[in-house]
Design a binder for this molecule. Structure first.
Ligand code: G6P
Length: 610
């Protein structure tokens, strides 16, 4: 999500850090900072806003006389974009400076313990606890202090650490968040991503899970999490900067599809504590509040609206509160029936979509309580909501959303279960079992990617010249069909439509003829036989049918030309596994057709006009 770069060597460090951060700006750009060792003390320079603001502050780095430092460009997760929340963070007495990429799940526990021990904090971030914990654990041995500190952390992190008492070296460590080491005759580097250092070296190695690295200008030592030395094999990077930004993928959309297990893990696992309870930071809805809601509106645009469609099915099922889902552009002008007994759930990746923001204001003016699901911290929608749940998908660059959609879905599950639990409408055992499955979702999505990718690529090769496609499904399968169809049309320009499977025969079936491509989402057990009947209807008119279902539904083979099998999953979470091969189908079809996948014609990532 954020970007990290660090250097120690013969060169002046600040220009190198700024240059590295500039190459990482695509990873996050709401603030940036550097910490450099200057005359025996750590000096921190940081500023909210684009990197240029920081660069101006330090005259392009020339103002900082130092050869050792760490830098960071931030994509906010905990705490709004501000000078104080920018990295690096200093420990209370200025002995340590840290930069952090990732999420510390147990930061409030650690923070409370440190506060009780008399430590003070300057920011709202989860990351600052690391600096103070280092200070507390330090007894003169830098590596031991790092080990003791990371042993106490839960979550994901890549860290750069500078200590005033060791002015010739810095330390970096990683867990579930990538970090690489770069080697050169002029000095040594760490970075969260290869592009940051490609201008200086192509000789790198990837740090393994839990590995700790200590860098000086002429030596690099790597240790495992028990501080035992590890021998690393350096590799030469052959990528250019453009493909390095995409982790070696050809397109951001592809990279973002592949990143979904990580994004889901970050978004979900921090919201379920060690006792198996849902902890929704930023949501202050009490049982009494929830009992008072007569209805829920879910309002959004584009793919976020399709998340809302899933939300309607699952929230109604788990809470028995009536849910209406509406397009923001429609909601705002239809005199909606909203009052203080209404909960409005607003979904938006950017937090800036004009219609969604206007709908929020319309609802708020009529007295609704506003709960938003947003990816961009500090965005307008987040700022104007009563309760905010952030998806921690990280910056999404491809116009067609994938990882933001998936993390929004996971938030929907959590909200539904949170409300059901508060209302005591779900058995404790069932909740425990659902949450255990939800924790497995990132792993399951990874399996789906690995297992279905070759088949989807082959299908895209076979069908990329079609002119029309129809997606069918019932219940949540219908909601996924809507998103699947949008994914295909927006990036590949194949005309496609999604229909509730039972509705097709009321008109649209007249368009089905020999060879028409139909994709049927048929994972939802309760209605699968009904969907199969609808598949038979199109098959009888000559359609070529791809069926997407779970591996226990082998019965569908008799009505399909191709079956994409998915691992079995609880019905509530089905959309999360079904959508992934459909995102890939859209992507590979577009690639086969030679489309500009990341920037489809006529589209914008954030639509700030009506
Ligand atoms: C644009 C994007 C879509 C997105 C929609 C809503 O159309 O291309 O991917 O779903 O806007 O954007 P939001 O930022 O509010 O989620």
């Amino acid at each position: 999500m954020c970007g990290i770069v660090g250097y120690v060597g013969k060169q002046q460090v600040a220009p190198i850090l700024l240059d590295g951060l500039a190459r990482l700006e695509y990873r996050g750009y709401d603030s940036a900072g550097i910490a450099c060792m200057e005359n025996g003390a750590i000096q921190v320079y940081k500023a909210k806003g684009r990197l240029q603001t920081l660069s101006d502050l330090v005259q392009g780095g020339q103002a900082v006389r130092s050869t050792l430092g760490i830098g960071h460009t931030r994509w906010a997760t905990h705490g709004k974009p501000s000078d104080e929340n920018s990295h690096p963070h200093l420990s209370q007495h200025g002995r340590f400076a840290i930069v952090h990429n990732g999420i510390i799940e147990n930061y409030s526990e650690i923070k409370n313990a440190l506060l009780a021990a008399g430590m003070t904090f300057a920011s709202e971030t989860d990351s600052e606890v690391i600096a103070n914990l280092l200070e507390q654990n330090y007894t003169g041995d830098l590596l031991r202090a790092v080990k003791a500190t990371v042993d106490a952390l839960e979550g994901s992190y890549a860290l750069g650490i500078v200590c005033r008492d060791h002015p010739d070296r810095f330390v970096a460590v990683r867990h579930a968040s990538p970090l690489i080491v770069g080697l050169s005759d002029d000095g040594n580097f760490v970075a969260s991503d290869i592009p940051a250092i490609l201008a200086y070296t192509r000789t790198i190695y990837h740090l393994g899970e839990g590995e700790i690295v200590e860098l000086t200008g002429d030596a690099v030592r790597v240790f495992n999490s028990d501080l035992e030395p590890v021998i690393k094999q350096a590799e030469e990077v052959t990528w250019d900067v453009k493909s390095a930004e995409k982790d070696g993928y050809d397109y951001f959309m592809e990279k973002e599809i592949m990143e979904q297990p990580r994004a889901l893990h970050d978004t979900i696992s921090a919201r379920i504590n060690d006792h198996g309870q849902i902890v929704l930071d930023g949501v202050h809805l009490t049982r009494q509040d929830i009992e008072g809601f007569r209805r829920i509106y879910i309002v959004a645009c584009g793919s976020a609206y399709h998340v809302g469609m899933v939300g309607k099915y699952i929230i109604e099922k788990t809470t028995r509160i009536p849910v209406e889902v509406d397009l923001a552009s429609e909601f705002r002008y239809r005199d909606p029936i909203v009052d203080e007994k209404t909960l409005m759930i607003i979904i938006s990746q950017s937090g800036e979509t004009a219609d969604t923001l206007a709908a929020l204001r319309e609802g708020k003016a009529r007295g609704a309580r506003i709960l938003s699901i947003v990816n961009v911290v500090g965005s307008s929608i987040a700022n104007e909501s009563d309760d905010v749940l952030y998806t921690w998908a990280g910056p999404e660059i491809a116009v067609a959303t994938t990882k933001a959609y998936s993390t929004q879905l996971s938030m929907m599950y959590l909200i539904a279960l949170y409300m059901a639990e508060k209302l005591e409408r779900i058995e404790k055992e069932e909740l425990r079992s659902l949450l255990a499955s939800l924790m497995q979702l990132p792993e399951l999505v990874q399996q789906v990617i690995t297992r279905t990718k070759p088949q989807i690529m082959a299908l895209a090769k076979q069908f990329h010249q079609v002119e029309h496609a129809y997606y069918l499904g019932r219940n949540v399968d219908y909601a996924v069909a809507m998103e699947a169809s949008l994914k295909l049309k927006e990036v590949s320009y194949v005309h496609s439509e999604a229909y509730a499977a039972g509705e097709l025969k009321h008109g649209t079936i007249s368009l089905i003829e020999d060879g028409t491509l139909v994709v049927a989402m048929a994972g939802c057990h309760r209605v699968v036989e009904k969907t199969v009947s609808n598949i038979q209807e199109v098959k009888a008119r000559g359609a070529t049918v791809i069926v997407v279902t779970t591996e226990d539904n082998t019965g569908v083979e008799r009505v399909s030309d191709h079956v994409i099998y998915l691992p079995k999953v609880k019905e509530m979470f089905l959309p999360s596994v079904e959508v992934v091969p459909m995102q890939m189908l859209g992507f590979y079809m577009a690639k086969e057709r030679g489309c500009d996948v990341d920037k489809p014609r006529n589209l914008a990532k954030s639509v700030t006009v009506e």
